[in-house]
Unconditional design. Structure first.
Length: 301
């Protein structure tokens, strides 16, 4: 009998969630999530102590953490996502009695798939860079000296990878594996993690009337990454798509009022410029779909 989880091109999906089958009880997944939250909060308290030591009473430095307006603030924000990965790995090993690295899916598929997707998307990014629209509705503003930006680039790339890998490990790794091992319907293993991922991107105080649109954008992104993971049997393609997406948004061109501390350029509008941002969102959404299609093409090779 064909499992519903492997239909529509998802034949490789069991390679991703199969490791979760022995401990796929719903109560265990809920317990695991609760344990992750508690562990994350405890680790966060320790992390905050290091933050206070770094700030050394400089409240202005602590305030930059709210918007990520300096390189130091961005590093503190992005590397803090490593606490999520640590919590996922610990709970996977203790509550679910399997190796933490198993959340990545088939390891023999991971790196080859990452390499193929990276090459295809890099070509797409170069093509998009020379095709219209040539700007974002106005001139870009230099944000960091090119020399400094290049010097910081290696650790900046690492910081972005720590951030995106934490989200992928939690939502498309642990959660998708546990739910797919228990339920055959993609309405559960694809939609539920994506909905939780979207809720984490709801920022009404910063995005105003666009908050819901951005949340829906994040939810759709989560669905597309879940689709790639099910097609690939590993987190490799989703890691690359998420990484390149955030590199562009955080290291190349960022909005001036949020997470701009490591960007080479600033966009001509911010999250607070609701009309301009709303006009750009369809373009951003189209680029997300192009990246997803490019990754699917790479997986077919």
């Amino acid at each position: 009998m064909t499992d519903a989880r492997s239909y529509a091109g998802y034949a490789a999906h069991p390679a991703h969630y199969g490791v979760a089958l022995p401990t796929s009880e719903l109560w265990r997944t809920v317990l695991g999530l609760a344990a992750m939250v508690v562990l994350y909060l405890l680790l966060g308290i320790v992390y905050q102590q290091f933050l206070f030591l770094w700030a050394a009473g400089d409240f202005a430095a602590l305030e930059t953490l709210e918007t990520g307006s300096t390189p130091q603030a961005m590093y503190w924000i992005l590397f803090s996502f490593g606490l999520i990965t640590a919590a996922v790995v610990f709970v996977t090993q203790t509550v679910h009695r399997r190796a933490g690295i198993s959340v990545l899916g088939r390891l023999d598929l991971l790196l080859p798939q990452m390499a193929r997707v990276f090459v295809v998307l890099l070509v797409l990014m170069i093509a998009l860079a020379v095709l219209p629209p040539y700007d974002m509705g106005g001139p870009l503003t230099p944000n960091m000296a090119p020399g400094l930006w290049a010097t910081l680039l290696p650790i900046s790339l690492l910081a972005v990878f720590v951030q995106i890998s934490a989200e992928e490990v939690l939502f498309r790794g642990f959660l998708q594996q546990q739910l797919a091992a228990r339920f055959s319907s993609p309405l559960i293993w694809m939609v539920v993690p994506s909905a939780l991922f979207a809720i984490g991107h709801y920022q009404p105080s910063e995005a105003g009337s666009n908050a819901l649109l951005i949340t829906l954008w994040a939810g759709m992104f989560g669905m597309l990454m879940a689709d790639l993971t099910a097609r690939a049997g590993s987190l490799g393609p989703a890691l690359v798509v998420h990484f390149l997406n955030n590199v562009v948004a955080m290291l190349i061109t960022s909005v001036p009022d949020s997470l701009s501390g490591l960007a080479l350029f600033l966009a001509p509008f911010g999250l607070g410029d609701e009309e301009a941002l709303r006009a750009w969102l369809p373009v951003d959404f189209a680029m997300m779909v192009v990246f997803w299609l490019g990754a699917r093409l790479a997986l077919r090779r």
